[in-house]
Design a protein around this ligand. Structure first.
Ligand SMILES: NC(=O)c1ccc[n+]([C@@H]2O[C@H](COP(=O)([O-])OP(=O)(O)OC[C@H]3O[C@@H](n4cnc5c(N)ncnc54)[C@H](OP(=O)(O)O)[C@@H]3O)[C@@H](O)[C@H]2O)c1
Length: 164
Protein backbone atom coordinates (compact mmCIF):
# COMPACT_ATOMS: atom_id res chain seq x y z
CA UNK A 1 0.00 0.00 0.00
CA UNK A 2 1.64 3.34 -1.01
CA UNK A 3 1.99 6.03 1.62
CA UNK A 4 -0.46 8.90 1.96
CA UNK A 5 0.73 11.96 0.04
CA UNK A 6 0.74 15.24 1.95
CA UNK A 7 0.64 18.38 -0.17
CA UNK A 8 1.87 21.58 1.44
CA UNK A 9 0.85 24.87 -0.14
CA UNK A 10 0.09 28.48 0.70
CA UNK A 11 -1.99 29.99 -2.04
CA UNK A 12 -3.70 33.33 -2.66
CA UNK A 13 -7.35 33.53 -3.71
CA UNK A 14 -6.12 34.02 -7.31
CA UNK A 15 -4.01 30.83 -6.89
CA UNK A 16 -0.66 32.68 -6.88
CA UNK A 17 2.05 30.86 -4.88
CA UNK A 18 5.26 32.53 -6.05
CA UNK A 19 6.90 35.57 -7.56
CA UNK A 20 10.40 35.75 -9.04
CA UNK A 21 11.44 32.50 -7.38
CA UNK A 22 10.31 33.56 -3.91
CA UNK A 23 7.16 33.51 -1.82
CA UNK A 24 5.03 36.55 -2.70
CA UNK A 25 4.42 37.34 0.99
CA UNK A 26 6.02 37.00 4.38
CA UNK A 27 3.60 35.32 6.77
CA UNK A 28 5.64 34.10 9.77
CA UNK A 29 2.86 31.93 11.22
CA UNK A 30 2.47 30.06 7.93
CA UNK A 31 6.22 29.65 7.48
CA UNK A 32 6.47 28.17 10.97
CA UNK A 33 3.54 25.84 10.22
CA UNK A 34 5.25 24.68 7.02
CA UNK A 35 8.52 24.03 8.82
CA UNK A 36 6.79 22.15 11.65
CA UNK A 37 4.79 20.02 9.21
CA UNK A 38 7.82 18.98 7.17
CA UNK A 39 10.43 18.56 9.94
CA UNK A 40 11.75 14.99 9.99
CA UNK A 41 9.87 14.03 6.83
CA UNK A 42 10.66 13.31 3.20
CA UNK A 43 10.08 16.41 1.07
CA UNK A 44 9.56 16.04 -2.69
CA UNK A 45 10.16 19.31 -4.51
CA UNK A 46 11.27 20.94 -7.74
CA UNK A 47 14.76 22.28 -8.23
CA UNK A 48 13.79 25.95 -7.81
CA UNK A 49 11.95 25.25 -4.56
CA UNK A 50 14.98 23.33 -3.31
CA UNK A 51 17.41 26.10 -4.17
CA UNK A 52 15.28 28.84 -2.61
CA UNK A 53 14.43 27.10 0.69
CA UNK A 54 17.29 27.91 3.10
CA UNK A 55 16.13 25.50 5.83
CA UNK A 56 15.42 22.49 3.62
CA UNK A 57 18.34 20.45 4.96
CA UNK A 58 17.70 21.31 8.62
CA UNK A 59 15.43 19.57 11.13
CA UNK A 60 15.88 16.10 9.65
CA UNK A 61 14.18 16.73 6.31
CA UNK A 62 15.13 14.31 3.55
CA UNK A 63 14.78 16.07 0.18
CA UNK A 64 14.05 14.30 -3.08
CA UNK A 65 14.64 16.97 -5.73
CA UNK A 66 13.03 16.70 -9.16
CA UNK A 67 15.50 17.96 -11.77
CA UNK A 68 17.12 17.02 -15.05
CA UNK A 69 20.49 17.65 -13.39
CA UNK A 70 21.76 14.51 -11.59
CA UNK A 71 24.80 16.47 -10.38
CA UNK A 72 22.60 17.99 -7.64
CA UNK A 73 22.71 14.67 -5.77
CA UNK A 74 24.77 14.48 -2.57
CA UNK A 75 24.89 12.55 0.69
CA UNK A 76 21.86 14.46 1.92
CA UNK A 77 20.01 15.08 -1.34
CA UNK A 78 18.41 12.53 -3.63
CA UNK A 79 17.44 13.51 -7.16
CA UNK A 80 14.90 12.16 -9.61
CA UNK A 81 14.04 13.03 -13.21
CA UNK A 82 10.26 12.88 -12.76
CA UNK A 83 7.55 12.92 -10.09
CA UNK A 84 7.04 9.17 -10.57
CA UNK A 85 10.72 8.47 -9.96
CA UNK A 86 10.76 10.83 -6.96
CA UNK A 87 7.78 9.09 -5.36
CA UNK A 88 9.42 5.70 -5.87
CA UNK A 89 12.48 6.95 -3.95
CA UNK A 90 10.33 8.63 -1.28
CA UNK A 91 8.48 5.35 -0.60
CA UNK A 92 11.77 3.73 0.41
CA UNK A 93 12.60 6.45 2.98
CA UNK A 94 11.28 6.60 6.54
CA UNK A 95 8.58 9.09 7.51
CA UNK A 96 5.80 10.84 5.66
CA UNK A 97 5.93 12.13 2.08
CA UNK A 98 5.30 15.87 1.71
CA UNK A 99 4.97 17.37 -1.77
CA UNK A 100 6.24 20.96 -1.58
CA UNK A 101 5.82 22.24 -5.16
CA UNK A 102 6.30 24.01 -7.48
CA UNK A 103 3.57 24.51 -10.00
CA UNK A 104 4.10 21.54 -12.32
CA UNK A 105 4.77 19.13 -9.47
CA UNK A 106 1.55 20.16 -7.73
CA UNK A 107 -0.32 19.71 -11.02
CA UNK A 108 1.06 16.23 -11.62
CA UNK A 109 0.37 15.23 -8.01
CA UNK A 110 -3.24 16.42 -8.06
CA UNK A 111 -3.75 14.34 -11.23
CA UNK A 112 -2.72 11.14 -9.42
CA UNK A 113 -5.45 8.76 -8.43
CA UNK A 114 -4.31 7.98 -4.89
CA UNK A 115 -5.10 9.15 -1.35
CA UNK A 116 -3.80 12.60 -0.49
CA UNK A 117 -4.10 15.24 2.19
CA UNK A 118 -3.87 18.88 1.20
CA UNK A 119 -2.54 21.25 3.86
CA UNK A 120 -3.68 24.49 2.32
CA UNK A 121 -3.12 27.95 3.69
CA UNK A 122 -5.52 30.10 1.73
CA UNK A 123 -4.42 33.73 1.79
CA UNK A 124 -7.51 35.88 1.44
CA UNK A 125 -6.16 38.33 -1.13
CA UNK A 126 -5.39 38.53 -4.83
CA UNK A 127 -1.62 38.76 -4.98
CA UNK A 128 0.59 39.54 -8.00
CA UNK A 129 2.86 36.67 -9.02
CA UNK A 130 4.13 34.34 -11.73
CA UNK A 131 3.64 30.85 -10.25
CA UNK A 132 0.28 29.27 -9.52
CA UNK A 133 -1.31 26.39 -7.64
CA UNK A 134 -3.52 24.47 -10.06
CA UNK A 135 -7.29 24.80 -9.68
CA UNK A 136 -8.21 22.45 -6.82
CA UNK A 137 -11.69 23.55 -5.79
CA UNK A 138 -13.53 21.29 -8.27
CA UNK A 139 -11.88 18.11 -6.93
CA UNK A 140 -13.77 15.99 -4.40
CA UNK A 141 -12.16 17.08 -1.14
CA UNK A 142 -13.45 16.38 2.33
CA UNK A 143 -12.59 19.18 4.74
CA UNK A 144 -11.27 17.74 8.00
CA UNK A 145 -10.10 20.92 9.70
CA UNK A 146 -10.12 24.68 9.30
CA UNK A 147 -8.54 27.46 11.37
CA UNK A 148 -8.72 31.14 10.60
CA UNK A 149 -5.93 33.53 11.42
CA UNK A 150 -4.43 36.88 10.45
CA UNK A 151 -1.43 39.10 10.81
CA UNK A 152 -0.91 42.79 10.18
CA UNK A 153 -0.98 42.29 6.39
CA UNK A 154 -3.16 39.28 5.54
CA UNK A 155 -6.14 37.22 6.63
CA UNK A 156 -5.62 33.52 5.94
CA UNK A 157 -7.19 30.14 6.70
CA UNK A 158 -5.41 26.86 7.41
CA UNK A 159 -7.41 24.06 5.78
CA UNK A 160 -6.87 20.32 5.86
CA UNK A 161 -8.58 18.66 2.89
CA UNK A 162 -8.56 14.95 2.04
CA UNK A 163 -9.21 12.84 -1.03
CA UNK A 164 -9.58 9.06 -0.78
N1 LIG B 1 3.35 29.32 -1.63
C1 LIG B 1 3.78 28.07 -1.62
O1 LIG B 1 3.30 27.24 -0.85
C2 LIG B 1 4.86 27.66 -2.56
C3 LIG B 1 5.23 26.31 -2.63
C4 LIG B 1 6.20 25.96 -3.55
C5 LIG B 1 6.78 26.92 -4.37
N2 LIG B 1 6.40 28.21 -4.25
C6 LIG B 1 6.99 29.23 -5.13
O2 LIG B 1 6.95 28.73 -6.44
C7 LIG B 1 8.15 29.11 -7.13
C8 LIG B 1 8.96 27.85 -7.49
O3 LIG B 1 8.14 26.93 -8.18
P1 LIG B 1 8.34 26.62 -9.74
O4 LIG B 1 7.12 25.91 -10.21
O5 LIG B 1 8.75 27.88 -10.43
O6 LIG B 1 9.63 25.70 -9.76
P2 LIG B 1 10.02 24.24 -9.22
O7 LIG B 1 8.96 23.24 -9.54
O8 LIG B 1 10.46 24.31 -7.79
O9 LIG B 1 11.30 23.98 -10.08
C9 LIG B 1 11.23 23.89 -11.48
C10 LIG B 1 12.32 22.94 -11.90
O10 LIG B 1 12.11 21.66 -11.30
C11 LIG B 1 12.35 20.65 -12.25
N3 LIG B 1 11.05 20.06 -12.57
C12 LIG B 1 9.84 20.49 -12.17
N4 LIG B 1 8.88 19.64 -12.58
C13 LIG B 1 9.51 18.65 -13.23
C14 LIG B 1 9.07 17.48 -13.87
N5 LIG B 1 7.77 17.13 -13.89
N6 LIG B 1 9.98 16.67 -14.45
C15 LIG B 1 11.29 17.00 -14.43
N7 LIG B 1 11.78 18.10 -13.84
C16 LIG B 1 10.89 18.93 -13.24
C17 LIG B 1 13.06 21.34 -13.39
O11 LIG B 1 14.40 21.43 -12.92
P3 LIG B 1 15.71 21.51 -13.87
O12 LIG B 1 15.58 22.81 -14.60
O13 LIG B 1 16.85 21.49 -12.88
O14 LIG B 1 15.68 20.31 -14.75
C18 LIG B 1 12.39 22.69 -13.39
O15 LIG B 1 13.16 23.70 -14.03
C19 LIG B 1 8.89 30.02 -6.18
O16 LIG B 1 8.47 31.35 -6.40
C20 LIG B 1 8.44 29.52 -4.83
O17 LIG B 1 8.57 30.49 -3.82
C21 LIG B 1 5.47 28.60 -3.36
Amino acid sequence: MPKLLHLQVACAENRVIGRKGQLPWRIPEDLQFFHDQTAGQTVVLGRVCFETWPRVLLDGRQPVVITRNPALASDQVRVAGSLTAALAIAETLPGEIHICGGERIYGETLALNRPMRLHLTLVHADVPGDTYFPEWRHLAWRETSRRESADANFRYTFYTLERP
